[in-house]
Design a protein around this ligand. Structure first.
Ligand SMILES: [Zn+2]
Length: 85
C-alpha cells in the first residue's frame, strides 16, 4: 500500500492529501504559491478552495504561521489565483 503524504490545511485544519492542497511559502519576495511544491522555504498548506482561504484570512492563520503581519490583500490574491486556475 502506498503511503499518501498528508498535510494540515491552515484554514479548516483538516488533514488532507498533499496533492489536494496548495503550498504557500514565505520567500524574500513575499508570500507566494509554490505551484510545484519544491521551493525550499517555510511553507504552509491550504485546501484548493476559496472557503479555506477565507477561513485562514478570518483567523489570520498566515500571520501566525509566518510570524509576521500578512495583509488581507495577500489572502485575496491567493483566492484570485485559485479562481483563475
Ligand atoms: Zn481546508
Amino acid at each position: 500500500m502506498k503511503h499518501i503524504p498528508e498535510r494540515m490545511c491552515v484554514g479548516c485544519r483538516k488533514k488532507t492529501a498533499k496533492s489536494d492542497l496548495i503550498r504557500i511559502v514565505q520567500t524574500a519576495d513575499g508570500i507566494c504559491v509554490d505551484k510545484k511544491q519544491n521551493i525550499t522555504a517555510r511553507g504552509v498548506y491550504i485546501c484548493k478552495n476559496v472557503q479555506c482561504i477565507a477561513l485562514a484570512k478570518k483567523k489570520k492563520a498566515l500571520s501566525r504561521q509566518f510570524r509576521q503581519g500578512i495583509a488581507d490583500s495577500v489572502y485575496d490574491g491567493l483566492a484570485k489565483e485559485l479562481e483563475n486556475e
